[in-house]
Ligand binder design. Structure first.
Ligand code: SF4
Length: 278
């Protein structure tokens, strides 16, 4: 996590029009380019931003904070661009990448949105650092913090997300947010091997809603982009888990434990913002 080289930059724009997997949103917002976490399954590894990164460094070895992110967002807010925006923060980084503790760029963007709220905001992270901003998040209407929780098995978590906070800390984060009055979502995306029932029971008291995804639907290319992660699953002896349909079996368990109304799926689930805006 500490190995990433830092390249501070001024961005030209901060809101990016979305489509594809994020078609339920109008814009994504990335206060950082690059990411200090190094999830093996991260699809950004295959995206243009990584393939053409000017630093010629492997994914998670570089990070570029956009130091003018709050100012750019404020300018967009003054032009009225946020009023009907459905924002996903973030799709190609973690807005609470460890550098955020020092730089506060995500926090600066949230301050803008507390003054001029978007139609809906999803903050997607795996970091307990988001708790620092709980009071600020409470000031934003129609917001949910979505915390990635992929398995209840710490050895599996370490194999696929070696530089990320533990599952226990993520569950505590969800619980802390909920206690602070912030709406919560658990993004079980992608579902990794483990005990689905134990995971669902752990999420029950801390997540208002769960989005379940797998390496096939979430990949957007039938599993082709998830090749390295699927190969790793097979190497670790989880061949069954590397087949389409495993998430369907887990989904039935999640439905039983949490109730089907609290469990949504893949792109449609992520993009279903009616529960925020209704
Ligand atoms: S936290 Fe998100 S953006 Fe960062 S490496 Fe993991 S999956 Fe990729």
């Amino acid at each position: 996590m500490g190995r990433a080289q830092v390249f501070v930059k001024d961005a030209r724009s901060i809101l990016t029009r979305t489509g594809g997997f994020l078609s339920g949103f109008t814009h994504s917002l990335q206060p950082y380019a690059g990411c200090q976490f190094s999830c093996l399954y991260c699809y950004v590894r295959e995206m243009t931003i990584q393939r053409t990164n000017p630093h010629r460094l492997p994914w998670s070895h570089w990070i570029a904070p956009k130091r003018n992110a709050p100012e750019l967002l404020d300018a967009a807010a003054r032009r009225g661009m946020l009023d009907q925006a459905r924002i996903f923060c973030s799709s190609a980084t973690d807005p609470y990448t460890p550098l955020e503790r020092k730089l506060g760029l995500t926090r600066g963007c949230l301050e803008v949105m507390a003054r001029r709220p978007p139609e809906a905001l999803v903050v997607q992270t795996r970091s307990p650092l988001v708790l620092r901003d709980a009071a600020l998040l409470r000031r934003i209407p129609r917001v949910v913090v979505s915390v990635t929780v992929t398995t209840d098995d710490e050895s599996v978590r370490r194999a696929f997300e070696p530089d990320s906070p533990s599952t226990a800390r993520r569950l505590e984060t969800l619980g802390g947010l909920r206690e602070a009055g912030v709406r919560t979502q658990a993004a079980v995306a992608p579902l990794l091997p483990g005990d689905p029932e134990r995971l669902a029971r752990a999420l029950d008291p801390v997540a208002d809603r769960v989005v379940l995804d797998d390496f096939f639907r979430g990949d957007g290319a039938g599993g082709r982009r998830s090749g390295a992660a699927l190969a790793r699953l097979r190497d670790l002896g989880f061949a069954n888990h590397a087949e389409p349909g495993y998430a369907d079996r887990a989904a039935a368990v999640f439905d039983d434990v949490l109730g089907p109304d609290r469990v949504v799926h893949s792109a449609d689930g992520f993009g279903d913002l009616d529960w925020l805006t209704a």
